[in-house]
Design a protein around this ligand. Structure first.
Ligand code: GLY
Length: 353
């Protein structure tokens, strides 16, 4: 599996044009969703190489990342005369890059894809690293493939179209990348003031964050080992996210990850000696910006049961990625149920809920 090229754009249209000019292809198709068709496509539509490209529009929202939408993309490619030598350019958030990536992986056994992420979450996580797929049977990302795009073009101009909640959602993955990589990255992520939103500086932080992910994915593209580092915060985070859906009070993925990071830092402290003063620093930062996820001790059994379904688990044991310190990643960690429940207490106590 070859690694994808990642371009942090200074001028998206010219960098995309140069890249397309370097490729041999017959047709180019663009996948958007109802949001990115109106908010983002106009920013690239006058790129000459895109002028004749058919634009497919899928319904926005993760609930549409399903086999019916996928089938419509296959049909559009087929009706549009796509061949093995065609390109599919996915313009959107993680929903579009995941599903478009999987459409590309499967159409005629694989056509080349290009991702242009338009959310912070997709820029620093979903669009990079080759995980593609759809939800199936009520399970998230149940069907999919590791299929890296040829290239990912990241342009922080798109981030100006995002609301604060979505900025925060993506930023949770940047906090994770800081924690799993180095003191330098960690410190710069912790010092960023989300309230003043300096987009130029955010661009630099995004570039560093993506580098962390690229380095890990290059070492372990199919998540046999160290790629599990990217799951830090996600075992408890996914349980918080699923609980929010069950309670019909859905929260954004990254907000759940931020809450999961708080709980998993507590587990890291208990299991691997992660320093408590750094736990407090991160909790302070997350409390400052993120809304509290409200639950009570009657939810603990459901949360624990949700963690037992995590994809990383083996032989029914909940498999955590924890930290001994910033940059000191410990994969395949197990923790007693008692301590896992304490980590839920820790979140609630930290947030006073
Ligand atoms: N989002 C985690 C990964 O790409 O492995």
């Amino acid at each position: 599996m070859s690694a994808q090229k990642v371009v942090i754009c200074k001028d998206l249209r010219s960098e995309l044009s140069d890249f397309l000019a370097s490729l041999d292809y017959d047709k180019l198709f663009i996948l958007t969703d109802t949001n990115t068709r109106s908010a983002c496509y106009p920013l690239i539509r006058d790129t000459p190489a895109l002028s004749d490209a058919p634009v497919f529009v899928t319904e926005a929202g993760d609930m549409h990342k399903n086999v019916e939408s996928l089938s419509r993309i296959w049909t559009s490619l087929s009706d549009g005369g796509a061949s093995r030598n065609s390109l599919l350019l996915n313009l959107g958030g993680g929903m579009v890059t995941d599903m478009g990536g999987f459409a590309g992986a499967t159409f005629k056994r694989g056509i080349r894809t290009i991702n242009i992420p338009t959310t912070l979450m997709a820029s620093v996580d979903a669009a990079v690293g080759g995980k593609t797929g759809i939800n199936f049977n009520g399970l998230k990302n149940e069907i999919g493939a590791f299929y890296p795009p040829l290239c990912v073009f990241i342009d922080c101009e798109f981030l100006r179209t995002l609301d604060r909640a979505n900025i925060l959602s993506g930023y949770a993955e940047m906090i994770k990348h800081g924690l799993i990589s180095s003191m330098e990255n960690y410190t710069s992520v912790m010092l960023y003031d989300i309230d003043t939103m300096n987009y130029t500086y955010l661009n630099e932080l995004v570039a560093r964050s993506v580098e962390v992910k690229e380095r890990i994915v290059a070492e372990d593209p199919k998540e046999r080992g160290i790629r599990k580092a990217l799951n830090f915060g996600h075992t408890v985070g996914h349980a918080y996210e699923s609980l929010s859906f069950r309670k019909e009070r859905p929260i954004l993925h990254g907000h759940a990850v931020a809450a999961g990071i708080v709980s998993e830092l507590y587990l890291s402290h208990k299991r691997c000696g992660f320093p408590m003063e750094k736990v407090s620093q991160v909790v302070y930062y997350i409390k400052e910006y993120y809304p509290a996820f409200v639950f009570d001790c009657k939810d603990y059994d459901s949360l624990y049961e949700l963690m037992t379904h995590d994809k990383k688990n083996e032989s029914g044991i909940i498999n955590f990625t924890l930290l001994g310190n910033v940059g000191d990643v410990r994969i395949n960690q197990s923790v007693s149920k008692e301590v896992i429940l304490e980590s839920l207490d820790f979140y609630r106590e930290s947030f006073g809920c």
